[in-house]
Design a protein around this ligand. Structure first.
Ligand SMILES: Cc1ncc(COP(=O)(O)O)c(C=O)c1O
Length: 467
């Protein structure tokens, strides 16, 4: 409890009552704290510009038609409590879309609205995991899974750690490893699975998802299937849902919402698709926690998928209007991801980036940078965390260390390419490459490209990916 430490260690501040020490197992999502540090550093004006690669937020703004629905709903005074589970018509609109895109019948009874996608994580654990039962989390993965899993199991969360390809250092979640964990622990109750994945930007293949499904059915555990980035996929990489595997609705808690696909992170609108019996339990937990999702947000969530009528007011679907906007937003993500990967590859083998498949993250391997003599001996930087700190405070480049996403991410850096390409991505990548070349040269090694080549090489990539 780092924040409370300040109070607990200072006699003058110390509270008279202790806190619940089970909280010592709770982790955090560092991108929020790191984001606050970036803002504070910006205010000092130490750097003319901080290049932002740390943000887990969307680049584009919420499409205008969605904003107009919210304004209209407010003008209609839709300001009182909403339905605690979500209005039936909103559920029906989501169910229709899910049935069509997942190829399995989803009913209104399979849905719960929630404030953002995140609450589903704790709901699933609270509803399903009893004392002594186990939770498996991908490693690396979105940090809140491990944080809450460790809190509720008092540090006994199990890791499905990705294997590293020895040549290109890309990460891969191997099914044999998952099988072994499940077989060794006879009381696994829950697995957290995310695709397209934060932090890697990788997607899980249909074949692998079918194997996970078979394992869940055989060993009778449930899967929190987080596909909150499901529409942001690139090229040949098409999203496959665990729900599309026959019978898997019985074993799946599908976490989704409006945050990422519709650029609505601050609105806090999410939804869960799950078996009806579990939705009932979640509904009861929801009443105990947040009472309801605001009416305005419920109307907005409904119109993304169809028409909504509430209390004598009619709201037209925005589905068709937002289609071209989203198409262009996703195309821009893809271009930026491909550009960033190609630009980082200019420093291979010092930096080994993966290919972007979905979401808006890359997870390049920085182990060969982290081993550089100048970095280790002169700057005394040895870990990805120290490196991230140095990049921000000494160089004005904000990225998150891979180890913030679990031990399996150690030696990697998470790059978000959500931010604007002209203000952040392109100048930021040039600045980063030059900084890395300097480190390589100071260490007495030969960089694959010279400082003087950076502008021209990056320009060529800009022409390739953006023109
Ligand atoms: C994989 C993943 N799941 C869930 C969430 C939480 O989404 P929301 O902001 O809708 O709560 C995030 C947010 O970054 C995420 O990356």
């Amino acid at each position: 409890m780092q924040l409370a430490d300040k109070f607990l260690k200072d006699d003058a501040l110390s509270p008279k009552v202790d806190y619940n020490h089970e909280l010592d197992f709770l982790g955090t999502e560092t991108s929020f704290g790191f984001g606050a540090e970036v803002t504070a550093l910006e205010a000092t004006k130490k750097f003319p510009q901080i290049y932002k690669f740390h943000i887990g937020d969307t680049g584009p703004k919420t499409p205008e038609p969605i904003i107009e629905v919210a304004i209209q709903a407010l003008k209609d005074k839709q300001t009182k409590y909403g339905h605690f589970m979500g209005y039936k018509q909103v559920h029906a609109n989501i169910a229709r879309y899910w049935t069509k895109t997942r190829g399995v019948e989803i009913n209104t009874e399979n849905i719960l609205l929630e404030p953002g996608g995140k609450p589903a994580i704790e709901l699933a654990i609270q509803a399903l995991v009893s004392k002594g039962e186990k939770i498996i989390v991908q490693n690396p993965s979105y940090p809140i899974y491990g944080s809450l899993a460790n809190f509720y199991t008092q540090g006994k969360c199990l890791s499905w750690t990705a294997r590293q390809n020895p040549t290109d250092k890309t990460l891969d979640f191997n099914l044999d490893d998952l099988k072994m964990i499940v077989e060794k622990n006879n009381n696994v109750k829950l697995l957290f699975l995310n695709t397209p994945q934060n932090p890697t930007g990788m997607m899980m293949s249909q074949e692998k998802l079918e194997q996970v499904a078979a394992l869940a059915m055989k060993h009778k555990f449930m899967v929190v299937f987080d596909d909150i980035y499901d529409q942001i996929t690139f090229g040949e990489n098409k999203h496959f849902s665990l729900l599309s595997v026959p019978e898997m609705l019985d074993y799946t808690i599908n976490l989704n919402g409006c945050s990422k696909n519709y650029a609505m992170t601050g609105w806090r609108i999410g939804f869960i698709i799950a078996p009806e019996w579990l939705i009932h339990i979640f509904g009861q937990l929801a009443v105990n926690k947040w009472s309801c999702v605001s009416r305005v947000n419920q109307i907005v969530a409904g119109t993304i998928f169809g028409d909504v009528d509430l209390d004598g007011f009619h709201y037209n679907s925005v589905a068709e209007q937002i289609k071209p906007i989203l198409k262009s937003d996703f195309a821009e993500y893809e271009k930026k991801g491909r550009f960033l990967s190609a630009a980082l590859k200019l420093l291979s083998p010092f930096i080994l980036p993966n290919e972007p498949e979905g979401a808006f993250y890359l997870f390049p391997n920085f182990e060969n940078i982290l081993k550089l003599k100048y970095l280790n001996e002169t700057l005394n930087i040895k870990t990805d965390k120290e490196f991230s700190h140095w990049l921000l405070y000494e160089n004005g480049v904000a990225t998150l260390p891979g180890s913030d996403f679990g031990s399996g991410g150690t030696g990697y850096m998470r790059f978000s390419y959500a931010e604007d390409r002209n203000n952040h991505l392109i100048p930021g990548v040039k600045h980063l490459l030059k900084t890395m070349i300097d480190l390589i040269e100071q260490s007495g090694e030969i960089p694959p490209i010279k400082q003087t080549d950076v502008e021209e090489k990056v320009k060529l990539l800009e022409e390739k990916y953006f023109v």
